[in-house]
Design a protein around this ligand. Structure first.
Ligand code: ADP
Ligand code: MG
Length: 344
């Protein structure tokens, strides 16, 4: 059945029924179905608000992603922002712009993906908006909470800090390439990079554990690639940074994919994005605790602003590390120019 047969209200009713059971918290007084949701806020906490949007053709490719994958990933990218602050997610709103020719079962699947990850992280879907459009655009907004005193910003890095990441980088880009080119790769490699790309696990628990045990100076989630994120930290903290190429953690599977494609895996880590690990900085005195808690070694250090953001390669040469992950508007400008010229 196509969506135009069911209509807007039919679809909302369908979603409502599914999420009635999934309502996990007593703090949600009113969920889907009224003019707004009603939430009982936690009096001792600060509120976090975030939103992310996925656009068909730009953020997902239906040739290798299922609708459930899209739902999972959209929620994961939002949760990752909450993790970067050190917060806990509470509830979500979804805006759905969808072609009326879409099959109802595709939207069912999209919401299944959303429900699966919501259950895992204890998030309640409390409302949204539904409109028809020429291509699928889904926005998800999250309400989360943090301790009044324990949160982590991009702006707190200090000269002399060590830089850490919570896990392997570049795996999502490797997965995207494997899926896109349908590369023939062995089971384990394939499973690892595929799941890194399609079902990333936001580091909510790790961030909370770290904030509880060590004094974090700054933190950001790695959604656009290490190069871009370390530049954000440097910019907001008014510092420079030095990253050691040989210390960036990259899994064997990711290396294998890069080899197969004649790429350098380091470029997936620096510029690939969507790994949803966390990057954080803290003083040297805290290093031992991080090692004990996460078994991670530093990948770099914070230096003076005037020295810039640098990468030291395996031969000891320094390079300026530019933020050249994907940037909206910039990466699409030539396409728009072409269209405009054609129209005028
Ligand atoms: P209104 O016109 O007053 O904004 P709607 O008809 O848009 O009301 O929405 C009715 C209820 O359904 C609201 O609780 C809204 O939050 C919820 N809702 C609408 N669209 C969605 C959606 N795509 N996903 C989840 N909840 C939705
Ligand atoms: Mg509405």
């Amino acid at each position: 059945m196509q969506l135009h047969k069911l209509g807007e209200f039919g679809l909302i009713e369908r979603i409502r029924k599914k999420f009635k059971k999934a309502r996990s918290s007593k703090r949600i007084l009113v969920g889907i179905g009224d003019d707004t949701a009603i939430i009982s806020p936690h009096i001792d906490k600060l509120v976090l608000l975030t939103i992310d949007t996925m656009v068909e053709g730009l953020h997902f490719d239906l040739s290798y992603m299922t609708f459930a994958d899209i739902g999972w990933k959209l929620m994961a990218s939002n949760l990752s922002d909450i993790a970067a602050m050190g917060g806990i997610p509470v509830c979500a709103l979804i805006s759905l712009a969808v072609p009326s020719s879409y099959e109802v079962k595709w939207i069912d699947e999209l919401y299944k993906g959303i429900e699966k990850i919501s259950r895992r992280f204890n998030v309640s879907l409390v409302g949204g908006d539904t409109v028809s459009s020429s291509l699928l655009v889904v926005s998800l907004s999250l309400y989360g909470e943090i301790d009044r005193k324990k949160f982590s910003l991009r702006s707190g890095a200090k000269v002399g800090d060590l830089i850490f990441v919570t896990g392997n980088l570049g795996g999502s880009e490797a997965g995207r390439l494997v899926l896109k080119h349908n590369l023939p790769l062995g089971g384990e490699v394939l499973a690892e990079v595929k799941s890194k790309h399609l079902h990333p696990i936001p580091r909510i628990d790790k961030a909370k554990m770290l904030l509880k045990n060590v004094r974090i100076h700054s933190m950001i989630d790695i959604s656009d690639g290490l190069a871009s994120e370390i530049n954000h930290i440097a910019e907001e903290s008014k510092v420079g940074a030095l990253i050691y190429e040989d210390k960036i953690p990259i899994s064997k599977s990711t290396q294998k994919v890069a080899e197969k494609l004649g790429d350098k895996a380091i470029n997936y880590a620096l510029y690939g994005g969507e790994d949803y690990e966390l990057l954080f900085t803290l003083s040297q005195g805290e290093q031992k605790k991080v090692k004990n808690l996460t078994n991670r070694i530093p990948i770099g250090e914070i230096i003076e602003r005037k020295k810039g953001v640098l990468l030291i390669d395996r031969n000891g040469y320094k390079h300026r590390l530019k933020a050249k992950g994907y940037e909206h508007f910039k990466n699409t400008i030539s396409a728009i120019k072409r269209t405009r010229t054609a129209m005028s």
